[in-house]
Design a protein around this ligand. Structure first.
Ligand code: F0G
Length: 356
């Protein structure tokens, strides 16, 4: 399919998606995101090593995160089964994606989010798309328990990644990466891990596509690292609100994928996440939300600790969501803009006193 006729992941990868014939396709032409080579960042995290680092910029999906790949499939399938209402628990991105696809399909959409812990751009989008946003006084994990229970009682479609159709859609990103690398998988594939759906989906995708298998490197925020600690985290904390999850639904599948790939999962502190977030923006011009920098942060950590030899390796880090999702955090991290009188003298004086 050439890039001018791109019509979303279902049409592009129909043969790999076991949707029943006649399923209506609800799409926003998601997918087909760029894989960007990042030489300046590679030199920063592995000086002189000849690391070939690529960034899969999933923030360029229609609602600004990778969730759209899974949502097109889950919502299409739900419509095919006659669903009228969908529901999810979310740290924000799943909610925004569900809300958009529900709007497009004419469905009612309920989203449960942890009160006060969802980034501004996600909340604004959910409301704009017309979802019913329910803020609960509890964590993502509590919200997920609630939605799992209500779908057992009522005929509502659950579109969290416990829904296997979500993973079917998300696996298509692995196909694209292999195609973009010229028909091969990378040596390492690094990504943030929250509810652990995405890492599970990528592993399915690489296996099905048959162009080689990467080793998986998962990054969790240090304050929300159940997979690393091997136990549920009751009060998950991180600046990376998207992955503030203490009891991932796809825990066992993720551990199996990590194991089968010969990979690993590690915890990175908020400071390390923020450092990578800054490098992505200031060295490569890629503005992402904090959680999205976790793949780069964990790669940097593992190289520094000697666990990964970057020499001549091809490594992909997934940038899962766009920076405009979390403008508050971006402003907190930056110095305020400089103020000057609106005169040429003031501007010229500033320019010459602060040469670039
Ligand atoms: N990055 C971003 C930007 C996310 O929003 C999420 C998950 C992840 C990474 C982790 O992916 O859960 O498949 O391991 N966000 C979910 C949500 C939980 O509700 O939007 P995962």
């Amino acid at each position: 399919m050439n890039k001018h006729s791109w019509q979303g992941v279902i049409r592009a990868y129909r043969d790999y998606l076991p949707l029943p014939a006649g399923t209506p396709i609800v799409s926003l032409n998601e997918g087909n995101t760029p894989l960007i080579q990042a030489d300046r960042l590679a030199e920063q995290i592995a000086p002189g090593a000849g690391l070939r680092l690529f960034l899969k910029y999933e923030g360029l999906n229609p609602t600004g995160s990778f969730k759209d790949r899974g949502m097109t499939v889950a919502v299409s399938q739900a419509c095919g089964e006659g669903a009228k209402t969908i529901i999810c628990a979310s740290t924000g991105n799943t909610a925004a994606s569900a809300a958009a696809y529900a709007a497009r399909a004419g469905l009612r959409c309920l989203v449960l989010v942890p009160e006060g812990k969802i980034a501004l751009g996600k909340l604004a989008a959910c409301l704009a798309y017309g979802a019913e946003v329910i803020a609960i006084d509890g964590s993502f994990d509590a919200a997920l328990e609630l939605v799992r229970e209500i779908v057992a009682r009522h005929s509502i479609a659950l579109v969290n990644s416990v829904n296997p159709w979500r993973l079917q859609g998300q696996k298509t990103a692995a196909f694209e990466i292999c195609d973009q690398l010229g028909g091969r998988a990378p040596d390492w594939h690094c990504l943030p891990v929250g509810n652990a759906g995405n890492i599970t989906a990528y592993w399915i995708g690489y296996q099905e596509y048959g162009q080689g298998l990467p080793r998986l490197l998962g990054g969790q925020a240090a304050g929300a690292a159940p997979l690393v600690r091997g136990e549920v985290v009751k009060k998950p904390e991180s600046i990376a609100t998207a992955i503030r999850i203490g009891n991932p639904a796809r825990w066992h599948e993720a551990m199996r994928a990590l194991d089968e790939s010969g990979g690993m999962v590690a915890a990175v502190g908020d400071e390390e996440i923020l450092q990578s977030w800054k490098w992505l923006a200031s060295l490569e011009g890629l503005f992402v939300e904090p959680a999205s920098a976790t793949g780069v942060a964990v790669l940097h950590q593992q190289i520094r600790q000697g666990e990964i030899d970057p020499g001549g390796k091809t490594v992909v880090c997934v940038l899962t969501g766009h920076g405009l999702k979390d403008p508050d955090m971006a402003l907190q991290q930056a110095a305020a803009p400089r103020r000057l009188p609106a005169t040429m003298a003031a501007l010229e004086d500033y320019l010459l006193r602060r040469p670039s």
